[in-house]
Design a protein around this ligand. Structure first.
Ligand SMILES: Cc1cc2nc3c(=O)[nH]c(=O)nc-3n(C[C@H](O)[C@H](O)[C@H](O)COP(=O)(O)OP(=O)(O)OC[C@H]3O[C@@H](n4cnc5c(N)ncnc54)[C@H](O)[C@@H]3O)c2cc1C
Length: 410
């Protein structure tokens, strides 16, 4: 009898990464996506060294390298006093083949894997298909989906919930999503105008502190992108108004020029982690399991790390080489630890150095970053951590449960 495929709910970057890893190992998958096509939203735009290393064996790292641009430095600035810390990824040249951040939009990555999976006999991609229910039993899960034709029931031995921050799977499993939501929303604006003509010495990734309106400026092949906060008193409609965006760009770049806008999107910022990442045969990964501030570019990256970790475990489970319960419990424990001790901790630190309103505290935070950047040992350690190499080395990826329990904690 042919075994039912593993069902993955959500064809975002994380669900598709899991699908690619499983099909490459000969395992059938069915990906269910409620939208009618792959998402074209740019969203995240950084691929860290740790992620490039994990994607190397899939061939995706080489494909990304062909499409992205290399950011070999990251700068921390103050809007008034200028550059105070610069980290050079060259410090990692003996540690990794990828001593940089690779810059390209998430939508390019999604499209890349979508095209690969379309060519695979082991993957069925179903767009316009929303997961609305699940019932678990001893042998598997019956998943209810809604399409234009009505409701349908599908069977799977395991369900991977990669259905984003508002995850239906997480809610159906009754798992909590503990944490907080920032009061300020963030506005992301993209323009093909050359920012480096206005700020000649900026690098391709810059965090610019300001107690009123911090800036996060970064480059992708198509555009420069600017992220800044929207005060609670301003409505979404006001924030998205062209004149207001032009004013923010002019203030950021100290000019009266006007800019063509090719991206404008508001989003809420959360720091939340599910209380556990699996229940029975249903497992959460990516934003469905944890969401964080974009300061550090870790949301997409940590989701891809989940997919690689879980993919390796699912292969062992499907080949009958391991105890499924022990694998999923270890997945949940290790990936929750990474979400809290690494991703949350790094993004909170980066957010506070940008947004701190108390002058003394702000100066102290900036001094800490400046000292760290000037000390090659500390700078290297920070780059290993923020480039998601340290979490892989210290916590492992997809390791057998027995080797995880004997691993010494840092
Ligand atoms: C505007 C914006 C900007 C961002 N910028 C950054 C950034 O600069 N750096 C960074 O690191 N991160 C950023 N993020 C976060 C990053 O985009 C996410 O971490 C990443 O998308 C997570 O991928 P995912 O596959 O887990 O979830 P998603 O990308 O959300 O994909 C989930 C998919 O599941 C589908 N789905 C949902 N419910 C169902 C259902 N019931 N049935 C079937 N399908 C379903 C959705 O349609 C979607 O396609 C940004 C997010 C936003 C919104």
């Amino acid at each position: 009898m042919v075994q039912d495929p593993i069902i993955i709910s959500g064809a975002g970057p994380v669900g598709l990464t899991a699908a690619e890893i499983l099909t490459q190992q000969g395992i059938r998958v069915m990906v269910l996506e409620k939208s009618t096509e792959p998402s074209k939203e740019w969203r995240a735009s950084t691929f860290h060294a740790g992620t490039m290393e994990l994607l190397e064996s899939t061939g995706l790292a080489d494909e990304l390298l062909c499409r992205g641009i290399v950011a070999d430095k990251v700068q921390y600035r103050d809007r008034t006093t200028g550059l105070y810390a610069e980290f050079d990824y060259g410090l990692l040249k003996d540690e990794t083949k990828y001593p940089f951040r690779l810059q390209l939009p998430q939508s390019t990555y999604v499209q890349m894997i979508h095209e690969r999976l379309q060519q695979s006999d082991l993957a069925e991609l179903r767009y316009g298909t929303e997961v609305t229910g699940l019932v678990q039993d001893e042998a598997g899960i019956t998943v209810t989906v809604k399409t234009d034709e009505g409701l349908e029931k599908l069977r799977t031995p395991y369900l991977l919930g990669a259905d984003g921050a508002r995850s239906t799977i997480r809610k159906l499993l009754g798992l909590s999503f503990e944490g907080y939501t920032l009061e300020e929303r963030f506005l992301l604006v993209g323009t093909p105008a050359a920012f480096d003509q206005y700020l000649p010495d900026i690098s391709l990734v810059n965090y610019i502190a300001d107690p009123q309106e911090f800036l996060f400026i970064l480059k992708v092949p198509e555009a420069w992108r600017l992220l800044y906060p929207i005060p609670p008193s301003v409505t979404d409609e006001e924030a998205l108004h062209d004149e207001r965006i032009q004013n923010s760009l002019q203030r950021a770049l100290q000019t009266t020029d006007r800019f063509p806008i090719i991206e404008r999107m508001i989003y809420r910022v959360h720091q939340r982690v599910a209380n556990r990442f699996y229940q029975g045969r249903a497992v959460l990964l990516g934003d469905a399991a944890h969401i964080n501030s974009p300061m550090g570019g870790l949301g997409l990256n940590s989701g891809i790390h989940d997919a690689v970790d879980l993919g390796r475990r699912m292969v062992r489970i499907m080949w009958g080489q391991t105890d499924p319960e022990a694998e999923l419990a270890t997945y949940s424990q290790v990936r929750r630890k990474v979400a809290i001790d690494y991703v949350k901790s790094i993004t909170e630190k980066n957010t506070s150095v940008l947004t701190e309103k108390d002058p003394e505290r702000r100066i102290q935070l900036q001094r800490d970053y400046a000292e760290m950047a000037q000390d090659p040992i500390r700078a290297r350690s920070w780059l290993l951590r923020s480039g998601m190499i340290a979490s892989v080395r210290e916590q492992g990826i997809g390791e057998h449960p027995e080797s995880t329990t004997t691993r010494s904690q840092p």
